[in-house]
Design a protein around this ligand. Structure first.
Ligand code: ZZB
Length: 258
């Protein structure tokens, strides 16, 4: 499975994360790294998700940069020429997902680039980097989680201002319009992020509809089909140093729908 790993620079740590990180990153810029299969939707990022039961690390990539992701992802990266010394993992610290919540980051290519790190129940520690960038316009999981968080911010221990952005139309599809995820969630009568079976079905529908029938509404490749724009947006992000290719060995990839 070949993902695009998108780098979102930390603008302001949550107070708890700040206290834990102080003095440990050696002046490096720190990025949350999210693995995505849909680089063309990055214009519509409105937040980022971490799992509250997941342990993350901050890993030095070189002298200038460090990445927030799972240990498992850092190890994969170390064998893909992403870190300065092949096979070597330089972990600067360990940090809980809950501690990261409330951190402000800069989401590359996003129309509203300043977004917050928020909690999601269904983040798998065994897939991607354990960091998920959220695109509620086109990802049913993201749309439903954002809806849950907006309904009960106290329960999720978040500040409502962290979830203030509405979904941003990124592409249109003939069947579902400009906000594909919301339309499918409604059609399948999904009520919460706990409806994982229906959400897996919604994701399949959204993937197919977006890929085969989607047209870009924003960005450098506005007006082009999603199929054409997808690799172009990816290459553009990579050329600008905002993303890199990240692969997971076949067979070890676990899907939320599996
Ligand atoms: C942004 C995005 C925009 C995504 C979209 C999807 C969609 P898959 O198909 O099961 O491999 N993801 C990445 N890592 C994790 C994780 N550790 N736990 C839970 N979810 C994760 O799923 C790959 C997608 O699942 C990734 O692509 C990421 O969300 C999320 F409009 O990134 B995506 C219809 C889907 N639309």
């Amino acid at each position: 499975q070949e993902y695009t790993a998108v780098k979102a620079e930390v603008l302001e740590w949550s107070p708890d994360a700040k206290a834990e990180i102080e003095g440990k990153v050696g002046g490096r810029k720190v990025f949350f790294v999210a693995a995505t299969l849909r680089p063309e939707t990055m214009y519509g990022q409105t937040n980022c998700f971490v799992g509250t039961a997941i342990k993350y690390g901050v890993f030095a990539v070189n002298e200038k940069e460090a990445y927030v992701c799972t240990y498992r992802a850092a190890r994969n990266m170390a064998f893909q020429g992403i870190t300065s010394t092949r096979g070597e993992i330089n972990q600067l610290l360990t940090i809980d997902g809950t501690t990261l919540v409330g951190t402000k980051i800069k989401a590359p290519f996003a129309i509203h680039p300043e977004v917050y790190v928020l909690p999601m129940d269904n983040v798998l520690a065994t897939k991607g980097t354990g960091v998920v960038t959220s695109v509620p316009s086109d990802s049913p999981d993201d749309f439903q989680t954002v809806t849950d968080l907006k309904k009960k911010p106290e329960f999720y221990k978040i500040d409502p201002s962290w979830i203030a952005l509405d979904p941003v139309p990124v592409l249109s599809t003939p069947t579902y319009g400009e906000l594909t995820a919301a339309a499918i969630v409604k059609q399948l009568k999904i009520q919460s992020q706990k409806d994982t079976k229906q959400l897996a079905e919604a994701k399949e529908i959204a993937y197919k509809e977006g890929f085969y029938n989607g047209t870009m509404l924003v960005g450098e490749f506005k007006g082009e089909s999603v199929q054409d724009a997808k690799p172009k947006v990816r290459n553009s992000m990579i050329e600008q140093g905002l993303a890199f290719a990240y692969a997971e060995p076949e067979g070890l990839v676990m899907s939320r729908s599996a």
